[in-house]
Unconditional design. Structure first.
Length: 725
């Protein structure tokens, strides 16, 4: 009865019984908050419900003390004072009042939220400035998506009141403070996607974590190009002038063990070339196709092939493997080596429609991180420029460049020192040899490092026998005396790259590749077609035509067969060809025209040799035709022999006649044949006339005397018998 009376108010109406739970209608909003808040909220609601049940029986103070003693150890904020505050806050404002600084879900129109994001994305520097421009557009009376104009809102808020002539100061929709509008702005990922591109925004989006721990040695190899973050000095030579340039290179890395398999460094210089029109063009050297081929050659020469498939992962950039080289590798190694490429970007922004192209370096993040370690180790080299000279380069870098160019340069404002004097200078930049030596050192040092967190690497436990000594493996404990075990201290570290490579190579059989096969990797592969009894293609704007001099290389090949040719531009007289369908080596072909592909018109001997080569191919085709059409040739021969016999008999019969008599006899026979043909035509005409007279004869009922004209002999018409009746 007491509980019932406590539910009555002064106005004698029944009060609403508080429910300590989140209403179903607000569950969507509740699930949008952080999980840790939801967990604490549900526990707090159960505690407050227990408190509410105890207050009518034992009083508020006793209930607070009892509940606090039971639950303060489980969650912070459940002391007597905090419980009293939360109890009052919940009864007054519900579950939202229990979350400090809670902000409800958006109450702005969806169209307005999209407009806020759009404006913030278009401003590449400040979202606050973009929002301020939005507020200024509202004051000018412009239409804002989701809200309309300030005049429309004024008429809704103050119906019947006169509309002001100008925007009333401070008249904004609710929630339009700059700080609140920032809540509706775009995420970092979407802003970066629009303003900086796909590659830069990937770090703000979810990504797949790739685990290479199950890979075996050489099972997955990645090729990548790089550029050292330092300048080097290149003395003048016959190919270029003295200059300060960059060093670029290629590196092949085993993904499973992070071992740097093979690598190469080259010069990225500028040289001037005179063009055909007399102008001078500056050409910058870079990584070429032959550099990739040399890297492939070094890789397979050094390690061979394991007894399981090998996959090479490359980008579509400087370290890319051409389609012809990919076909060459897959053909030479009979499919045991496959080439995979990282995808290409093909995305268009929402504002300008321009497509962004390029590779996807984030797909090789586990490799890029290891490259970052190498660049950090090389960060102390002389002439450090950073990956971005404007942002990362030292302040004195430009002064160093000017000073060095004056010393090694050639010209009016330079010292014009000879190469031997330049070699003795002490300059603030490294030489190419010093850069190569430094890179070799960090490559070797990185494989011994154990301060890393590579996925798949195991933790190695070693043992410290005495202070100041190097840790020893577990096997070394077998030599210790029992009293020494008390001083042994275990030490853990990560497995090094060299250790993991050695451990995984145990039991793996690497096959040595024959030198003759490796040599083909240094040639230029070309995908060609056998057509019109020749193999013709264009390489570096030069035409090449090759013929089968022996007739055994391209024997039985159908016209249009796809082949893989290996060209050495230094010795183009011959090429090796391989059948792409089967991978079988066919042989070598000879270039028509020799080394230059054309014969000097004054060299009669060479012209005769080239003509003999083409005649050989032509005569071979003639012979093949005769072989295929031997039956038709035999029939033609029999016909000729039959005709020759008739001619011989005629000559015997007319042996005693003169030429005029033979002509007259031949003419008489012709006239007789014409007379016989004429008489036959006359007989046909007479029969036609008789048929026409039977058809045109008038009947007794017919009064007309008109007779149809006779039909020509060649127009005889055969009518059915019932038409004649």
């Amino acid at each position: 009865m007491v509980a019932d009376l406590s539910l009555h108010t002064t106005c004698n109406t029944l009060a609403t019984v508080p429910v300590f739970a989140v209403p179903m209608a607000e569950m969507e909003e509740f699930t949008a908050i952080a999980e840790v808040w939801r967990t604490e909220m549900l526990y707090t609601l159960r505690v407050l419900e227990r408190l509410h049940e105890l207050i009518p029986n034992v009083g508020k103070m006793a209930a607070l003390a009892e509940v606090a003693n039971l639950h303060r150890h489980a969650l912070r904020g459940l002391s007597e004072v905090s419980l009293d505050r939360k109890y009052k806050a919940y009864l007054a404002g519900g579950w939202r009042s229990l979350i400090k600084g809670y902000k409800a879900q958006s109450k702005q129109p969806a169209e307005f939220a999209q407009e806020v994001r759009r404006r913030c994305e278009l401003n590449h520097r400040s979202q606050t400035e973009a929002l301020e421009q939005l507020r200024e557009a509202w004051t000018r009376g412009e239409v804002v998506p989701g809200w309309g104009t300030w005049m429309e809102l004024y008429l809704v808020r103050f119906p019947g009141a006169p509309l002001p002539k100008a925007w009333p100061r401070g008249f904004y929709p609710q929630g339009w403070s700059p700080r609140n509008l920032l809540r509706y702005g775009p995420s970092k990922g979407t802003r970066s996607l629009l303003q900086r591109g796909v590659a830069a925004s990937k770090k703000h989006f979810p990504c797949v974590k790739r685990d290479p721990s199950q890979l075996r040695p050489l099972e997955l190899i990645t090729f990548d190009d790089f550029e050292l973050d330092c300048y080097c000095i290149f003395p003048p030579s016959a190919g270029h002038k003295g200059q300060i340039g960059r060093m670029a290179g290629l590196l092949a890395k085993d993904v499973g063990t992070r071992k740097n398999l093979v690598w190469g460094l080259g010069q990225r210089l500028e040289r001037e070339e005179k063009q055909a029109d007399g102008t001078v063009k500056t050409i910058r050297t870079g990584i070429a196709r032959i550099d990739v081929q040399l890297l492939l050659y070094s890789l397979f020469e050094k390690y061979g092939l394991p007894d399981y498939p090998v996959t090479i992962l490359c980008e579509n950039a400087a370290a890319s493997i051409s389609p012809e080289m990919q076909l060459c590798i897959e053909t030479l190694f009979e499919g045991r080596v496959k080439i995979e490429r990282t995808g290409l970007i093909d995305n268009k922004t929402l504002t300008n429609g321009f497509a962004q192209g390029g590779g996807k370096p984030w797909e090789k993040g586990w490799i890029e991180s290891t490259f970052n370690q190498l660049w950090n180790m090389l960060g102390s080299m002389k002439g450090y420029k950073g990956s971005n000279e404007r942002l990362n380069g030292p302040a004195e870098l430009e002064k160093k460049l000017q000073y060095t160019r004056m010393l090694i340069g050639v010209g009016e404002r330079s010292l014009n020192l000879p190469p031997e004097a330049v070699a003795r200078l002490r300059l603030p930049f490294s030489s190419p040899d010093e850069a190569v030596a430094a890179f070799e050192g960090v490559i070797a040092l990185s494989e011994q490092r154990t301060n890393h967190n590579y996925i798949g690497f195991r933790r190695v436990t070693e043992f410290l026998l005495a202070e100041g000594e190097a840790p020893v493996p577990y096997e070394a404990l077998a030599t210790l005396q029992p009293e020494q075990f008390g001083a042994v201290v275990p030490v853990e570290r990560m497995e090094s790259v060299a250790e993991r490579w050695s451990a995984l190579c145990v039991g793996v059989k690497f096959s040595v590749i024959p030198p003759v096969v490796l040599a083909l990797l240094l040639l230029t592969p070309k995908r060609v077609t056998y057509r019109n009894h020749q193999v013709a293609f264009i390489h570096d704007r030069t035409g090449y035509t090759y013929l089968d001099a022996s007739g055994d290389v391209l024997r039985d090949l159908a016209d249009g067969t796809e082949l893989l040719a290996y060209l050495n531009p230094a010795t183009p007289e011959i090429i090796q060809v391989v059948a792409t369908a089967t991978g079988r080596h066919l042989g070598q072909l000879v270039r028509l025209g020799g080394t230059k592909g054309a014969v000097d018109i004054r060299n009669k001997e060479k012209l005769s040799e080239a003509a003999a080569l083409t005649a050989t191919v032509f005569n071979r085709a003639v012979g093949e035709l005769r072989e295929r059409h031997a039956g038709e040739d035999a029939e033609l021969k029999a016909d000729r022999e039959h005709n020759d016999a008739i001619i011989a008999a005629h000559k015997i019969e007319t042996a005693g006649l003169t030429k005029a008599e033979r002509i007259g006899m031949a003419a008489g026979e012709v006239a007789q044949q014409q007379a016989q043909r004429f008489s036959q035509e006359k007989g046909l005409q007479r029969a036609s006339d008789e048929s026409a007279s039977l058809i045109d004869e008038p009947t007794p009922a017919t009064t007309s005397t008109t007779r149809a004209p006779a039909m020509k002999p060649h127009s005889v018409t055969h009518l059915p018998s019932e038409d004649l009746l």
